[in-house]
Ligand binder design. Structure first.
Ligand SMILES: [Zn+2]
Length: 204
C-alpha cells in the first residue's frame, strides 16, 4: 500500500534558523469575528525551514529557484542513513546509485532542541566532488546547511556550480533508509535565491 511521509518542518515564529538568516515573522492582520476572514502577514528569509538552494544562492549569474528542473524536485530518491558520522565523506557515498540522494544523519534529532545547533553533520568537499562526478540531480540533508557551520561555502559552490539542486532542512526522523519517490515543492519565487518547500516521500 502506498504511504506518504511528510519530511518538511513546520514554519513558525521562533523556529531555529541559520545564524544571519532573517527568521520568520508571521502575524494575523485580519481576524474574525471583527474581520470578515482570517489573514496573516508573513515575513521571512528565503532559506527558512525545509528549503531549496538553486545555483544563484552561491553562483553569481546562476539560475534561480523558479527555474530548477522539475525532475530535480520529483522522482526516485534514495535515503541513506549515516547515524554515526560528523561529516559525510566520499567513502560514505561511493556505492550509492541514485539521481536524488537524501542524507539521514544524527541531525534529524537536532530538530527536537528547537534551537539552532552548530554541531550538525555536513557534507565534506570530497563527497561533493564525488556527487558531481556521479552527475546526480539533487542532494538533501536533514539540517539547515549542506556545508559545515564554519566554511560551508566551498561545498555549496561545488554542488551548485555543477547544477546539483540542494535541499536543506529535511526532517527524516521517521524515515527508514531505502528507496522512495521524492516530491519537494519550493515556492515559485520569481528570480528567487531560495524558497521554503513542502517535501514528502512516497513509499510504494
Ligand atoms: Zn539554503
Amino acid at each position: 500500500m502506498m504511504k506518504i511521509h511528510d519530511v518538511s518542518v513546520s514554519i513558525y515564529n521562533g523556529m531555529p534558523v541559520f545564524p544571519g538568516d532573517p527568521p520568520p515573522d508571521i502575524r494575523r492582520v485580519v481576524s474574525m469575528p471583527a474581520g470578515a476572514f482570517n489573514v496573516s502577514l508573513m515575513r521571512t528569509g528565503t532559506h527558512v525551514g525545509t528549503h531549496v538552494d538553486p545555483p544563484v544562492h552561491f553562483i553569481e549569474g546562476g539560475y534561480t529557484v523558479d527555474r530548477i528542473p522539475l525532475d530535480h524536485l520529483y522522482g526516485p530518491a534514495c535515503v541513506i542513513e549515516l547515524p554515526d558520522v560528523d561529516s559525510v565523506t566520499a567513502d560514505c557515498l561511493k556505492g550509492v546509485d541514485a539521481d536524488i540522494i537524501l542524507l539521514k544523519t544524527k541531525n534529524s534529532a537536532l530538530w527536537e532542541s528547537g534551537e539552532f545547533r552548530k554541531d550538525y553533520a555536513y557534507l565534506d568537499e570530497g563527497a561533493a566532488l564525488l556527487l558531481v562526478e556521479k552527475k546526480i540531480k539533487t542532494i538533501g540533508i536533514d539540517y539547515l546547511s549542506i556545508g559545515r557551520f564554519d566554511g560551508g561555502d566551498a561545498v555549496h559552490k561545488i554542488l551548485l556550480g555543477a547544477g546539483i539542486t540542494v535541499i536543506e532542512g529535511l526532517d527524516l526522523r521517521k524515515i527508514r533508509p531505502g528507496r522512495y519517490t521524492l516530491a519537494c515543492l519550493p515556492l515559485k519565487i520569481k528570480d528567487g535565491d531560495g524558497a521554503p518547500a513542502r517535501a514528502f516521500l512516497i513509499e510504494e
